[in-house]
Design a protein around this ligand. Structure first.
Ligand code: NI
Length: 151
């Protein structure tokens, strides 16, 4: 079965690829490439797959899950300018896609064990735009940033 916990944080970002020209960045990312950045109220849903513990009846105590999410995601991300304050976004474009992957990498070592594993990370950048990540990767080039984030 799958359990999900939702968290929120607010952060600034800008989306541009240093390998591209100013004109190409504006064409690809639009206003999201503007140098002074802009903010989003991100909503993240973290889903765990597992079996309930026979003693507690829970896959993972949701209070404990909230503590892990607060420590690993909210504290490092909240009220930060991602490009300048939160590695790896000094070198990885902080699109919703790359944010979902970074959150996965922060959480997986804290959550996976014999009874449960991280199932999905869903990142809402706006109420009508979200990304689901299941821990798989088709290509390895993290700087390609081939999908623009919304402005
Ligand atoms: Ni944006």
């Amino acid at each position: 079965m799958v359990i999900t916990r939702k968290i929120e944080f607010s952060a600034s970002h800008l989306c541009r690829n240093p390998r591209l020209s100013e004109e190409e960045n504006q064409k690809l990312f639009g206003p999201a490439a503007n140098a002074h950045g802009h903010g989003h109220n991100y909503v993240v849903e973290v889903s765990l797959e597992g079996d309930p513990d026979p003693v507690t009846g829970m896959v993972l105590d949701l209070k404990e899950l909230k503590q892990i999410l607060t420590h690993e995601v909210v504290e490092p991300y909240d009220h930060r300018f991602l490009n300048y304050e939160v590695p790896p976004f000094d070198r990885v474009i902080p699109t919703a896609e790359n944010i979902a992957r970074d959150i996965w990498q922060r959480l997986e070592p804290r959550l996976n064990d014999a009874r449960k594993k991280l199932h999905a990370v869903r990142v809402y950048e706006t109420p009508d735009l979200f990304v689901d990540y299941f821990g798989t990767q088709l290509v390895g080039d993290q700087l390609s940033g081939d999908r623009p984030c919304s402005a």
